[in-house]
Design a protein around this ligand. Structure first.
Ligand code: DAH
Length: 341
């Protein structure tokens, strides 16, 4: 029996050396020290021994048991330590490594211009309004005095949603004039920037979606002089003091009289060059005195009130401001291009 005990002890200790995880350790414990374990089974056979042998073997068996328990605890501790060390190595955090640099973007050149315009107008007491891009033809055309049959209402020019041509993607920001006059108390001083849509092929100067900023003033005693004075001030703030403008007669259904405003070419100073196509002037915006029919349609007394309005293309303004030759660059969002501004 003593030999069997020694054998169990040697085998158990050598097996314990190979134990690497908690499950294996538990299996080992059950095998040697458990209720049906080898040592326990052996101890149960003690009854067969003689009275002299029994205490000696009993003591020996207990010693073996204690040694095994001790070794088991030591193995357990050793395993815990090595798993902790492995985790510490694994999860090492070197707080001295420099952080990853974050590349910060910046404003799109067109929005730089929009912000400049907003700042100029807000500085002059205007409010900035947002408007719907899905608009009623009634607001985009009828109330702006562009009646049935007006060329801009054609299906080849406008994106309609229904066959009756009632709902559409707005083709201009001008419907915001109507929405402002119908809902706001007088006097009115607003600008309204946003996207507009027309059935145009994409090329260097056209896109089926572009941006406009609409402006509207309605008050007592408003004249063409207010229009010119305000727009000249805006141009000087945008392009620098002394920038020359000129006003040409034009036609818009919603203004009477109507005009287009040109700025003197920044490239050649008015002599004529490729940028201004030899004209010396570059067209900047459309404007005019709000047509009495439009004012009256919004319930405004034209005996007392008058107004002026303008519409400016944002892409074009940004192109001029940053000397960008092709409209497509504004939309393509090539970071190599945008990073220059
Ligand atoms: N809505 C015009 C267009 O898209 C621009 C415009 C011209 C707006 C004259 C106005 C205006 O408010 O008075 O071409």
């Amino acid at each position: 029996m003593k030999e069997t005990l020694e054998q169990i002890k040697t085998l158990a200790i050598s097996e314990l050396d190979d134990v690497r995880d908690a499950n294996a350790l538990d299996a080992w414990r059950v095998k040697y020290l458990g209720k049906k374990g080898e040592l326990t089974v052996l101890l149960k056979q003690m009854g067969k021994l003689s009275a002299e042998e029994r205490p000696i073997m009993g003591q020996l068996a207990n010693e073996v048991r204690e040694v095994l328990i001790e070794k088991m605890d030591a193995q357990k501790q050793c395993m815990e330590e090595s798993s902790l060390n492995a985790r510490l190595v694994d999860e090492t955090l070197d707080v001295t490594i420099p952080g990853k640099s974050v590349t910060l973007g910046h404003q799109h050149p067109m929005y730089v211009v929009l912000d400049e315009l907003k700042e100029i107008f807000i500085g002059m007491g205007f409010e900035c309004l947002d408007g719907p891009e899905v608009e009623l033809a009634e607001y985009n055309f009828d109330k702006l005095n562009a009646e049935e049959g007006h060329p801009s209402r054609d299906w080849s020019d406008t994106f309609y949603f229904d066959k009756d041509s009632h709902v559409m993607l707005r083709s201009q920001t001008s419907p915001m004039q109507i929405r402002a006059m119908e809902t706001r108390p007088l006097p009115i001083r607003i600008i309204s920037p946003g996207r507009v849509y027309r059935k145009d092929e994409v090329d260097a100067t056209h896109s089926p979606m572009f941006h406009q900023v609409e402006g509207l003033v309605v008050d007592r005693d408003i004249t063409m002089a207010d229009l010119k004075g305000t727009l000249n001030t805006v141009v000087e703030k945008l392009y620098g003091k002394g920038t020359k403008t000129r006003f040409r007669p034009h036609h818009f259904p919603f203004t009477e009289p109507s005009c287009e405003m040109d700025v003197q070419c920044h490239k050649c100073g008015g002599i004529g060059c490729p940028t201004c196509k030899g004209e010396g002037w570059i067209e900047l915006l459309g404007a005019g005195m709000v047509h009495p029919k439009v004012l009256e349609g919004c319930g405004i007394d034209t005996e007392v009130y008058s107004g002026w309005a303008f519409g400016i293309g944002l892409e074009r303004t940004a192109m001029r401001r940053f000397k960008i030759a092709d409209l497509r660059l504004i939309f393509e969002n090539d970071v190599r291009f945008l990073a220059q501004f």
